[in-house]
Every structure is written in C-alpha cells, then in structure tokens.
Design a protein around this ligand. Structure first.
Ligand SMILES: [Zn+2]
Length: 111
C-alpha cells in the first residue's frame, strides 16, 4: 500500500481529481480510502434518537486507492503540494521510509 491513514494525499483521477485531503480511513480489502472532505455524498438517514429529524447528511464516500498519491510537503520541491510518486528507502534498522521521487524528501503521515 503506497498510502496509509493520516497521509495527506492528492486525488489524481476521477471526479475529484486535483483535490487534496487527509486519509481518515483505509479500506484494505476494497483497495479504497476515505479522505476527509473529498467525494462527499448525501446519505439519507432515518429518524433516530440522535437525529430525530432524520434526513440527509453529508458524508465522505471512498476513493480508489490507485487514484491517490501522497502529497510532497517540501516547499523546495517542484511538486510541492501535489501528488507524487514515491520510492522506498529501507534503513539499516529495517525502517521503511517513503521518499518523493522528485526531491527525495521523506513523505510522512500526520500523527
Ligand atoms: Zn518532493
């Protein structure tokens, strides 16, 4: 998986292409991710105790994981704030890092 939860990603294809946001959920089996504020749909809900009126709520629908790339957040990168391909770097202690292919800065997820 090239992206993970809390990654700041850009959508590269589909209806939401060009938008960026943070991954709030990874649906591993379906190979899809849910990104905060992206691909919003209306979900119709029945009246419940929590929401006595019922009605429509805005909710994120999932996006194919193959359509998203992590965003490079290095200001000196020519792809700053855009989705970038990454390459892996494995440290001597076995830790895997993801590096931007353009500027080699590390891509990190927000904690
Ligand atoms: Zn970069």
């Amino acid at each position: 998986m090239h992206v993970r939860i809390n990654d700041f990603v850009a959508v590269m294809a589909g209806n939401e292409a060009g938008k960026t946001g943070k991954i709030i959920k990874v649906l591993t089996d379906k190979k899809r991710v849910i990104i905060k504020g992206i691909n919003l749909i209306y979900k119709h809900t029945k009246p419940s105790q929590k929401n006595p009126q019922g009605g429509r709520i805005r909710k994120e629908a999932s996006v194919a994981i193959s359509n998203v790339l992590p965003v490079c957040q290095d200001k000196n990168c020519k792809k700053y704030n855009k989705g970038v391909r990454t390459r892996k770097k494995i440290l001597e202690n076995g830790v895997k890092l993801r590096m931007c292919v353009y500027c080699s800065s590390e891509i990190t997820a927000d904690e």
